[in-house]
Write a protein that binds this ligand. Structure first.
Ligand code: 5RP
Length: 227
């Protein structure tokens, strides 16, 4: 699938997912190139009269939402409740996800876990039977060595994520560092998620076991919805 076809698939997935949003909803706004389509489509609907308020998952999502004139709020102001969230994923196997390719998974998980209905938008390159892409692990900077050792003891291979064309590492929106940890095929995402979360100073990791209520996968000529 070439980049243009893939981008059209991402847009189709987003057009399908925004149908889950209703007037009056608090809407979680995800991060990444697929979720960007969804935010822009929602912005167009707002201009046409849709009445929603957004909660953003990243600096990127906030910038796009402001550009598109979507009113924003916080989880504090909504009593920790979101009706629908539309977000992307790096990989999905049924309702199990790996996220964090854009380093935003900590805030994405806070928003997803506060959400009644998590709608994932993806293109066909994200679909798999067994999750096997790298797991992003956000860590407090002082803990990078001890966390890397703990990941190795669990059978993972951690690699510090470096900023493209810069001489330093990626720093998350929360001021932390990020490992991409290769665990190979993840047969039990729930168990690995629990295990990584027990490492001291892990802020959040990118395994979202059982989180998706629906996955909208845009294809070359349509959309497949998994529910
Ligand atoms: C950011 C994410 C993104 O949703 C994920 O990386 C997918 O991005 P894209 O739609 O650009 O492939 O989890 O932390």
């Amino acid at each position: 699938m070439d980049e243009q076809t893939r981008d059209a698939a991402k847009r189709r997935a987003s057009e399908s997912a925004v149908e889950a949003v209703s007037d009056g909803d608090v809407v979680g706004l995800g991060s990444g190139s697929t979720a960007e389509h969804a935010i822009r489509i929602l912005g167009d609907r707002v201009e046409e009269g849709l009445d929603i308020v957004g909660v953003t998952t990243s600096f990127q999502a906030r910038e796009i939402a402001i550009e598109k004139g979507i009113d924003l709020t916080t989880l504090d102001e909504t009593d920790g409740h979101i009706d629908v969230t539309i977000d992307g994923a790096d990989q999905f196997a049924g309702p199990d996800l790996i996220k964090g390719g854009g380093a935003a998974h900590a805030r994405e998980k806070i928003v997803a876990s506060a959400t009644d209905s998590l709608q994932i938008v993806a293109d066909p390159t994200k679909e798999t039977d067994v999750l096997d892409t790298v797991v992003p692990v956000e860590v407090l900077p002082d803990a990078r060595t001890t966390v890397a050792n703990a990941i190795r003891e669990m059978g993972g291979e951690p690699e510090l994520r470096w900023a493209q064309r810069k001489s330093g590492p990626v720093v998350t929106d929360n001021g932390n560092l990020l490992f991409d940890a290769d665990f190979g095929a993840i047969d039990d995402p729930e168990a690995l998620a629990t295990e990584i979360a027990t490492i001291p100073s892990v802020v959040e990791h990118g395994i979202f076991p059982g989180y998706a209520d629906a996955v909208h996968m845009g294809t070359e000529d349509g959309v497949t919805v998994f529910e």
